[in-house]
Design a protein. Structure first.
Length: 130
């Protein structure tokens, strides 16, 4: 199992801002969509029912613009957990290119789905994603 998860995105016209490139809110959506897709691809049904995630912090660096119709690769992976938080990294690139257009670091908080209280990220979960 690869530690990286890759999601393809073709930039729709609706994501283009007045400057003619992808709007920063659309990039944030790509980051979040990739995180959710990664979770759904790796977490079994019982775990999905037991926990939920909320964002504590997003840090995004916009390096180069994406343009209408670009084929993008949104690559995400997890970092180190700390208690109930888990950092996640994301790079957005044009398909076939190595230099990122956007880099992001997000801190997620794992919550118990029933109580809504923070739940420690355990070693079994880390092993499933890393």
């Amino acid at each position: 199992m690869s530690a990286h998860f890759v999601m393809a995105v073709r930039v729709p016209d609706a994501d283009i801002d007045r400057a003619g490139h992808v709007n920063n809110v659309a990039y944030l959506r790509y980051v979040q969509d990739a995180a959710v897709a990664h979770w759904l691809a790796r977490a079994p049904d019982d775990l999905r029912a037991a926990v939920t995630w909320v964002v504590r912090k997003h840090e995004i660096e916009y390096v180069r613009p994406a343009l209408p119709g670009d084929e993008l690769e949104v690559r995400t992976w997890v970092g180190a957990p700390a208690g109930a938080t888990w950092e996640r990294f994301t790079e957005i690139r044009r398909a076939g290119e190595e230099k990122p257009l956007v880099t992001a670091r997000t801190v997620w908080v794992q919550l118990d789905a029933t109580s809504g209280r923070p739940r420690r990220v355990d070693a079994a979960l880390v092993a499933r994603f890393g």
